[in-house]
Design a protein around this ligand. Structure first.
Ligand SMILES: *Cc1c(COP(=O)(O)O)cnc(C)c1O
Length: 522
């Protein structure tokens, strides 16, 4: 029996990979066809009474052909979705080191609170007298977000980080418009997340890129050189997407303000600095906070995220509606610009209703259960975990900006894979066979073959040790092994092997059509 470097027996993986089964199932992991392939139109999980004959009022537009919906029994339906869910890798099933995404544990206490009927059964149009508790919760969450960031106002309604970027940049535009200042350029460092330039471009701004320095950070001099009367704002991430704190951020903020522009900070990496640094003190004017990253609410298959935006004193008047205020009759949602009050000029509204209430409950639960010291410790532990991984791998993998401490995520490049024939993609696919969701790959774009690893504070030392040992084992094989099939054929043990990702993106097949039955010859 072969052993891994930790003395654990390893499975004969290659043999497993080639084992074929009659059903296509692999052990108790089931192959699962599409609902349309297993369902039958004439089948149903429930008994419904025959509908009464009614006079149609559809003016001849009623459907005459059968709907063709797949019918399944209740157990078949359950199995279909449970089997699909088992193909889904989740933070609840294992370490999820996706850099920049902060895949931390979602505490179950959050779920318990979000399911309290007073929150979960609330209708967004319920009268004010019935929603005082919910409004008080929104007010409390806003207060903590402002306290942690040192900012003056908060917009809770944006539904994701990218949506928050739009909100913050709209506030910046509203502030320029109010001054009658016409500016059409937004500065974005070339290490930025794609949503930054996308947001600026979506709003009609011209994006001007700021190159990163050799050490992975943004130089104040480079920003100063790009500033001018046409610049509306800079969008800067801090800590940046290379996992490094921007050391010249205060000087950058000062220069940006002197040029009459505003400072948008991408706050997706806030988990590195909660309780340590207040972005407001650094000169930030607007920043989104991904509740699904920093404040432990679920990422949940693309949603529901939540991306509240905090605003500086200069931008606070432009905060969108709705927002919560407290007056004589208790809490109230201000829904219209006209009733926003003295000195306020809301930029408009970003969503129907008020945002992701369930996420507000979870985020506030996280804050209250941790306390201020606990939130600070979470950030410290997140940074410690990333540096622990860095220390465990730095002699076998290469870091693009030299051997320097990182914040909450550690960045490697592919220089160490040179001449091995193994690419970042191959390495990531081999991690899947070892039971790990790969790290973020090929981002940030400024680093060749980037591998961005963010363990978060929720992993134990044992979990980090096994992860480091696994990556060391893979790294040794990539560099010295003769047989590269561990990488080139990976994933060998996943339900699906290597996919043609380019084709999947370029020619997405989004519609299922019933297989055509060949017509009988005349
Ligand atoms: C996640 C992320 C975003 C976008 O946030 P979403 O909530 O996914 O829309 C923006 N910038 C950075 C650096 C991120 O990591």
């Amino acid at each position: 029996m072969s052993m891994n470097t930790q003395g654990r027996p390893t499975k004969p993986t290659a043999a497993n990979a080639n084992t074929e089964t009659f059903t296509g199932n692999r052990g108790l992991d089931h192959e699962e066809p599409l609902l349309f392939e297993i369902g039958r139109p004439d089948n149903s999980g429930v008994d419904l009474p025959e509908p009464k004959v009614v006079r149609s009022r559809l003016g001849g537009l009623e459907r005459t052909a059968p709907l063709g919906l797949p019918g399944l029994s209740e157990p078949e339906t359950m199995r279909h979705y449970v089997r699909l869910s088992r193909k889904n890798y989740a933070i609840d099933s294992g370490l999820y080191p996706l850099g920049s995404c902060t895949m931390k544990h979602n505490p179950r206490l959050n779920e318990k609170m979000a399911r309290l009927p007073g929150f979960s059964d609330l209708h967004p149009l319920a009268p004010r007298s019935m929603t005082q508790g919910a409004l008080a919760l929104m007010e409390a969450l806003s207060g903590y977000l402002m306290e942690l960031t040192g900012m003056h106002a908060v917009a809770l309604s944006p539904k994701a980080g990218a949506h928050g970027e739009l909100c913050g940049m709209l506030a910046i535009k509203a502030a320029h418009d109010a001054k009658g200042s016409k500016r059409n350029v937004v500065l974005v460092p070339d290490s930025a997340h794609g949503t930054n330039p996308a947001t600026a471009a979506f709003m009609g701004y011209t994006v001007k890129s700021i190159p990163a320095r050799a050490d992975g950070t943004v130089a104040a001099d480079a920003v100063k050189a790009a500033l001018g009367p046409d610049v509306a704002a800079i969008m800067l991430t801090n800590p940046n997407t290379c996992g490094l704190f921007e050391p010249e951020i205060v000087e950058i903020a000062r220069a940006v303000h002197e040029a009459g522009a505003y400072f948008y900070c991408d706050g997706a990496n806030f988990n590195a600095i909660v309780g340590k640094v207040r972005p407001g003190d650094l000169g930030v004017d607007a920043m989104h906070i991904n509740l699904h990253k920093t404040f432990s609410t679920p990422h949940g298959g693309g949603g529901p995220g939540s991306g509240p935006v905090v605003l500086s004193e200069a931008l606070a008047p432009f905060a969108p509606v709705p927002f919560v205020t407290k007056g004589g009759g208790g809490y109230r949602l201000v829904e219209h610009a006209a009733t926003a009050g003295e000195g306020k000029a809301p930029l408009g509204r970003l969503t129907a209703f008020h945002g992701q209430m369930g996420m507000f409950v979870r985020a506030l639960t996280y804050m209250l259960s941790h306390g201020s010291d606990g939130m600070r410790q979470a950030s410290e532990d997140a940074v410690l975990s990333a540096n622990y991984i860095r220390a465990g791998l730095r002699d076998v993998m290469s870091q693009p900006f030299g051997d320097q401490p990182c914040m909450h995520e550690v960045l490697f490049d592919d220089a160490w894979l040179k001449d091995t024939g193994v690419t970042t993609l191959d390495f990531a696919k081999a991690m899947i066979d070892e039971g790990y969701h790969p790290m973020t790959m090929y981002f940030p774009l400024v680093v060749h073959g980037a591998m961005l690893i963010e363990p978060t504070e929720s992993e134990s030392k044992q979990s980090l040790d096994l992860f480091v040992a696994t990556l060391r084992d893979l790294a040794r094989d990539a560099k010295t092994g003769n047989d590269k099939s561990r990488f080139k054929d990976a994933p060998r043990l996943a339900p699906r092997r290597r996919l043609d990702e380019t084709r999947a993106a370029r020619e997405p097949k989004l519609r299922w059509r019933p297989p055509t039955v060949p017509e009988a010859a005349e």
